[in-house]
Design a protein around this ligand. Structure first.
Ligand code: GLC
Length: 553
C-alpha cells in the first residue's frame, strides 16, 4: 500500500453503518455487515471507505453523540469486529478512514456524568461549557444562542441537592454537550483517541464539525440568534442573500482562529505514523475562501467542498463553483474535493427533482464530478440511484425533527437502509425489521439488479452502478492531469484533462452539437451518462442533460 498522497484524487465511499448491512437481524447495520460487503465496494472501484461513527453511543444523533470514542457500540458489534474490518479492508487494497467527533460528547459519556455529580467550578465541569444562568434565580441561559438543530443551545441541570442549577452548552441536541477546548484535558483525550485508531491501522479521520471546537464571547448575546440558525441551514432559501452573508461572516461559535492550532497538532500526530495517514474536515465556513485555511500545508489534508452538495443543475452555477474551488485550493496548494450528497443532505436524484429526469440529471452530474481534479466522496446508495424515501412521521428518528416540532422533517429520508437483493424481504438488508421502513419500489435500485450493469429491458441504458463503476475506473487515468476549460456557456461546460481527455456537459433539455477542439480518427467517446451521444466528422452530439467523456488516442 505505498501510493504516496493516495487520498489526493481518491474516490472515497461513505458507509453509514446503521443502514449498510445487518447481519444479526436486529434491523440495524453492523460492522460484520460492512465486512461481508467489502468485495462489493472493491468491485464498485472505490479507493477507500469512510465510516460514520460506530462508537459507544445512545444514538440520539445517529452515533454523532459519542459516549466512548475508543470502543464499538454493541449495536454495531465489537472492537474485534472493527479490527477485522480494518484488516480485511487493507487485504483488498482499500483504505479506511473513520469519523472523529471533537465538538461534543454524549451526555452519557462518563465525563458528563461526572460533571453532573460534581459542584460548579469543579474540574469535571470545566471539560464542558457549564455556566450560571442570568436573572434573579439563574433562570435565563448564559447567552441567547440557538441550537443548530432548533431550540435553545443551553440546557439547565438539576444539581446534586435537587435544586435547579447551571446551564451547559450544546450547539446540537441537548444530549450532545459541547466540549471546552480551552481545557488541556480535552485536547489530551482526543490525542489518545487519534492514536488509538491510528495504532489499529486506520488510514485517517473525517473530522466532524471541525470548525466548531473553539467558542468566542460566550457571555455575549448574539444580535440575531434565530436568524443565524436559519442562515446556517441549507434548506432555508427565503432569507435575503445579503442578510445571510452578513450573519455568516461572523459566527461566535464557528471558525475561530484557535481551531487551527488544534489541527496543526493533529497533523503532527498523523505525520508521525507510517503510511500516509490523512484527515478530511467537515467545516462549513463562510466565506469559502476561509475554508482553505484548514488545509494549509501544516494542517489538515482535505476539506469537504460542499458547493456541489447544494448545486443546482445550472451551467453558470456549476462553472462558478468549479472555478472558485480550484482557485481557492490552489492558493494553499491543496487538492480539491467534490461531494454530491451525504447522510445530512437530500439524495442527489431527489435534490435534482426526482423521477426519471432527476436521475438523468444526477447521472450527468456524477460523470461531470468524477472528471474533475481532486478527491470524490460518494455516499452509500448514490451508486444505486436511490432517492430519498418518503417516511411516515412516526418513523422519524432525527433529533432535528423533534427539536423543530416537526417543522423540519430532518435527515432520515437519506438514511434509509440499502437494498441489496430485489427478491428478498427488506431487500436482504435485514431479516428483522429495518430501523427505518424501506420503500416498496426499490427493486430496480437493488444491488442485484444494478450489478447487471444494464437496466432491465434496455440494452442501452446502463445502470447507475454500471455507470459509477466505469467512471471510477476511468477516472484513475485522469490522476495528475491538468485541467483547462474548453467552453463555459449557459448551456455547456466543457474541459480537457491533460489534453487527451475531453468532458462535455449539456445542462439544457435540448440536443446540442459541438465541434471538437481536436478532431481526427483518434478521438472516441469513452463514457456517456445517457444513450444517444455521437461523434461524427469531428462533431459531438450531446443529448439533453448529459455528460460525455472522450479520449484522444
Ligand atoms: C455533523 C454530522 C451530523 C451531526 C452533526 C452533529 O454535521 O455530519 O450528522 O448531526 O455533525 O454531530
Amino acid at each position: 500500500m505505498q501510493n504516496k498522497d493516495w487520498w489526493q484524487e481518491a474516490s472515497i465511499y461513505q458507509v453509514y453503518p446503521r443502514s449498510f448491512k445487518d447481519t444479526n437481524g436486529d434491523g440495524e447495520g453492523d460492522l460484520k455487515g460492512v465486512i461481508t460487503k467489502l468485495p462489493y465496494l472493491k468491485d464498485l472501484g472505490v479507493d477507500a471507505i469512510w465510516l460514520s461513527p460506530f462508537y459507544t453511543s445512545p444514538n440520539k444523533d445517529g452515533g454523532y453523540d459519542v459516549a466512548n470514542p475508543r470502543d464499538v457500540d454493541s449495536r454495531f458489534g465489537t472492537l474485534a469486529d472493527a479490527v477485522e474490518l480494518i484488516e480485511k479492508t487493507h487485504e483488498l487494497g482499500l483504505r479506511i478512514i473513520v469519523d472523529i467527533v471533537p465538538n461534543h460528547f454524549s451526555t452519557e459519556h462518563i465525563w458528563f456524568k461526572e460533571a453532573l455529580n460534581s459542584p460548579k467550578d469543579s474540574a469535571a465541569r470545566k471539560r464542558f461549557h457549564f455556566y450560571d444562568g442570568r436573572g434573579l434565580t439563574g433562570e435565563i441561559p448564559p447567552n441567547n444562542w440557538c441550537s443548530i438543530f432548533g431550540g435553545p443551545a443551553w440546557s439547565r441541570v438539576t444539581e446534586m441537592d435537587g435544586s435547579l442549577g447551571q446551564w451547559y452548552l450544546h450547539l446540537f441536541d441537548s444530549t450532545q454537550a459541547d466540549l471546552n477546548w480551552n481545557n488541556l484535558e480535552v485536547a489530551e483525550d482526543f490525542e489518545k483517541t487519534l492514536r488509538f485508531w491510528l495504532d489499529l491501522g486506520v488510514d485517517g479521520f473525517r473530522i466532524d464539525v471541525a470548525h466548531g471546537l473553539v467558542k468566542d464571547e460566550i457571555h455575549r448575546d448574539h444580535r440575531d440568534p434565530e436568524g443565524l440558525t436559519r442562515a446556517l441551514r441549507l434548506d432555508v432559501s427565503d432569507m435575503p442573500q445579503e442578510q445571510r452573508e452578513s450573519l455568516l461572516s461572523d459566527v461566535p461559535f464557528f471558525d475561530r482562529e484557535g481551531v487551527h492550532e488544534i489541527y496543526r497538532s493533529w497533523r503532527k500526530i498523523l505525520d508521525s505514523y507510517p503510511g500516509e495517514r490523512m484527515s478530511v474536515a467537515e467545516a462549513w465556513v463562510h466565506p469559502s475562501s476561509r475554508a482553505v485555511r484548514y488545509v494549509r500545508a501544516d494542517e489538515l489534508h482535505q476539506i469537504f467542498n460542499f458547493d456541489f452538495l447544494i448545486a443546482q443543475w445550472n451551467s453558470e452555477f456549476l462553472i462558478n463553483a468549479i472555478d472558485k474551488t480550484l482557485q481557492e485550493v490552489a492558493e494553499v496548494a491543496a487538492p480539491a474535493t467534490w461531494v454530491l450528497c451525504n447522510h445530512d443532505s437530500p439524495r442527489l436524484v431527489s435534490r435534482l427533482g426526482g423521477g426519471k429526469l432527476g436521475l438523468r440529471k444526477a447521472r450527468a452530474m456524477a460523470l461531470l464530478t468524477h472528471a474533475l481534479p481532486g478527491g470524490v466522496y460518494i455516499y452509500q446508495g448514490e451508486e444505486l440511484g436511490l432517492e430519498d424515501a418518503v417516511l411516515p412521521d412516526e418513523a422519524r428518528q432525527d433529533p432535528v425533527y423533534f427539536r423543530t416540532n416537526g417543522v423540519d422533517k430532518g435527515r432520515d429520508g437519506a438514511r434509509v437502509p440499502l437494498p441489496w437483493d430485489s427478491k428478498l424481504k427488506n431487500y436482504g438488508f435485514t431479516t428483522g425489521e429495518p430501523w427505518l421502513p424501506m420503500p416498496d419500489n426499490w427493486q430496480t435500485n437493488s444491488v442485484d439488479q444494478q450489478q447487471k450493469n444494464f437496466v432491465e429491458g434496455s440494452a442501452e441504458e446502463q445502470s447507475q452502478f454500471g455507470l459509477y463503476q466505469e467512471s471510477l475506473k476511468l477516472r484513475k487515468n485522469l490522476r495528475g492531469l491538468s485541467f483547462s476549460w474548453i467552453e463555459k456557456s449557459d448551456s455547456v461546460l466543457a474541459f480537457s484533462r491533460g489534453g487527451g481527455y475531453f468532458v462535455f456537459t449539456n445542462t439544457t433539455d435540448g440536443v446540442i452539437k459541438r465541434e471538437l477542439p481536436r478532431t481526427g480518427d483518434g478521438t472516441s467517446i469513452i463514457l456517456s451518462s445517457v444513450a444517444g451521444a455521437e461523434l461524427v466528422d469531428g462533431h459531438l452530439t450531446l443529448p439533453a442533460h448529459s455528460t460525455v467523456w472522450l479520449q484522444t488516442f
